[in-house]
Design a protein around this ligand. Structure first.
Ligand SMILES: [Zn+2]
Length: 289
């Protein structure tokens, strides 16, 4: 629907935009945060380079991939190898703290305002930073949950204990066979609760969070700040286009976008948009500093 509307890039002076965003956060009756992968990248969860070498040099050498994302698509020949890879991946990206306190800074900025978060991130960083879990909607799943690969029912399972055990007990890039997780209901293999195909399980927690998000959107129509952080164009419909649309519908709303290299919006809302290109952590520092 936005295909024919020309896009306005971030051209205004950076410090002017920082002031505007600070004011918008301060004056907002409600803030809807939409977060994508760029927010976790800014928090130090990088999937290639030094961090890949630190944790996956052995896998890289044996299988030839050079970043964690590619490794996630590698067709490992056995479940023992596949789970050695994934348990290490989930352990470092879900069960350890983010290297930089970007999520903590964000919480400091919004905690006294009525806020809600919608995110396509699956790394649990919002909860770890202390965001209210009743104000979060994880649309695409969570590394910390398993689901049946079939799936035989709409249920998910906490995986912390088993992931930690796989992580600790793996040897030569293989986990012990007895740790391969199977569905307690049907016995088929378990898999991550991530939306990668139509087998994604939307469990009870997912539906409740979706309903709370809808309710928040429906009941907040005044001075709302739609704050988009690090959202790319992989799945723009979930956050970006939806924020553009809601801003367009509400004349009192402000749309703010912080993105490393891609902060833009349709002309239709450009008078009420704050577009900032840069590292999200640095920008939050400048707002609070
Ligand atoms: Zn099952």
């Amino acid at each position: 629907m936005y295909g024919k509307i020309s896009i306005t890039g971030s051209t205004r002076d950076y410090s002017d935009n920082i002031k505007k965003l600070k004011k918008a956060i301060h004056e907002a009756e409600a803030i809807v945060i939409g977060a994508g992968a760029g927010l976790s990248t800014s928090a130090g969860f990088t999937y290639s380079g030094e961090r890949f070498e630190k944790y996956f040099a052995d896998f890289g050498k044996k299988y030839g991939f050079k970043d964690m994302y590619s490794g996630g698509f590698y067709p490992f020949k056995t479940p023992e190898e596949m789970w050695a890879y994934w348990s290490r991946y989930i352990y470092i990206n879900r069960y350890t703290d983010a290297p930089k306190p970007v999520y903590d800074k964000l919480l400091e900025l919004v905690k006294d305002t009525d806020y809600f978060v919608i995110t396509t991130n699956v790394d649990h960083c919002f909860q770890k930073a202390g965001f209210d879990k009743d104000r979060l909607f994880y649309t695409q799943g969570d590394y910390g949950l398993f689901q049946c690969s079939e799936p035989c029912q709409d249920v998910t399972y906490d995986n912390e204990a088993v992931i930690c055990e796989m992580y600790e007990k793996q040897k030569d890039m293989k986990i012990p066979s007895e740790l391969i997780p199977t569905c307690p209901n049907c016995g088929k293999p378990l898999t991550m609760n991530l939306r990668s195909d139509d087998k994604f399980v939307e469990d009870e927690g997912w539906h409740k969070a979706a309903a709370r998000y809808d309710e928040f959107i429906r009941t907040h129509n005044g001075k709302v700040l739609y704050l988009e952080l690090g959202v790319g164009f992989n799945t723009p419909v979930i956050i970006k286009y939806s924020f553009w649309q809601m801003t367009a519908k509400n004349p009192d709303a402000t749309y703010a976008c912080i993105n490393y290299d891609d902060a833009e919006c349709p002309d239709l809302i450009k008078d009420r948009a704050i577009l900032i290109e840069g590292d999200i952590g640095d920008v939050l520092d400048d707002i609070t500093g």
